[in-house]
Design a protein around this ligand. Sequence first.
Ligand code: UDX
Length: 432
Amino acid sequence: MKLCMIGAGYVGLVSGACFSDLGNEVICVDSDTNKINNLKNSIIPIYEPGLGELVKKNYKSGRLSFSTDLPSSIKKSNIIFICVGTPTKKNGIAADLTQIFNVSKELSHYINKFKIIITKSTVPVTTGDKVEKIISKKVKKKLFSVVSNPEFLREGEAIRDFIYPDRIVIGTQNKKTNKILKQLYSPLISKGAKYLNTSRRSAELIKYASNAFLATKITYINEIANMCEKLNVNVEDVSIGMGLDKRIGGRFLRAGPAYGGSCFPKDTRAILSTAKQIKSNLSLIKSVINSNENRTKILTERIYKILKGNLKNKKICFLGVTFKANTDDMRESSSLKMIPAILKKGALITYYDPTGEKKEFKKFKNIEFKNSIKAACVNSDLVIIHTEWNDFKSIDFKKIIKKKNFKLFDMRNIYSTEKMKADKINYFSIGR
Ligand code: UDX
């Protein structure tokens, strides 16, 4: 089939490359000329394991192409995926749908034959109705169909999540449209993906309700971890014990720092905003947002406590600063709050991240990026493991750190408490 992905970002580029790898003809369109030119030279704008190879292979085969020309790309395609950003509004909690509506308006000029218009970006419930209204100002209803097909891609695992999704959710009540999309996704369905056809609004809500639930699950185990620390219980034992109950499931029960990223924080706020607009009460999600924000304060307090309340001129090393491993994404990473707070207390910070130096820290004094784990750790009083990169999983701390009585705060429970005790390392972790 001939597809057009509007927006070549985390969603559009990954989905476009994967769809082309399934044999479809895909045009990724973006208004950013620089990004499009880079993509034509296989320079990928985002860090996503395996994406570079996938783009190169399919671009070379001619199935995948890049363009800044929206009109011709729309005209050539049968299925148009809207994959533009829906960030949280500057002074509020609602999703900013400006880009969605601008693209809907623009594409309505170029619908020359029946086209399926799909919102793949995460959009609040009823957005599809508004997109349909915008397009119908210019186009007869029988010439287009607006569908919600939310993505469930995790950064760092996006290609795997696309090829092996738990479910494909298609929000449309148009039988012809549903048949076409079932055909488009048939290679994944034959690999075992569940195909769910539902109403457009249900599909929109499934996305938000799922992300808000996952954020709740993580916040839940983080609060249980706080209890474990006071009860001398290992939260990992509790997670395993809980997860053996199939109604709970073991995934997303790893205690750690506050959750971050471009989705959970944005989507929990957006669903709250929708609830407020329709006067429905989502008190649980409100408390999840507050609890997660408070978690960063709790862990920052822990850092003070580990260094006996005096951070002045103490050398603290952060291993990993992004919101999680296998990504370069700093959006809403808990390090963005922890680091300024401890700098304010007089700490001297070095950090290493496998994805390189971060512009977010350039405006601060007394923080320095180091090109290796060793260089970042060597003079530390305290090493903080902030993300669970494989690179951090077998470090010989006693060999690389000069200070005898250094401390290690493992926020991802990568190391075993027994091993750390045996190695006589002053070790702190989460919920253990
Ligand atoms: C999430 C959803 O998982 C994905 O389905 C959706 O499409 C986009 O949002 P993403 O934000 O990329 O994906 O990352 P994810 O792996 O879900 O992690 C989100 C946050 O939760 C990270 O800060 C991560 O460190 C944290 N997390 C995740 C935990 O603290 N514990 C866990 O067990 C899992």
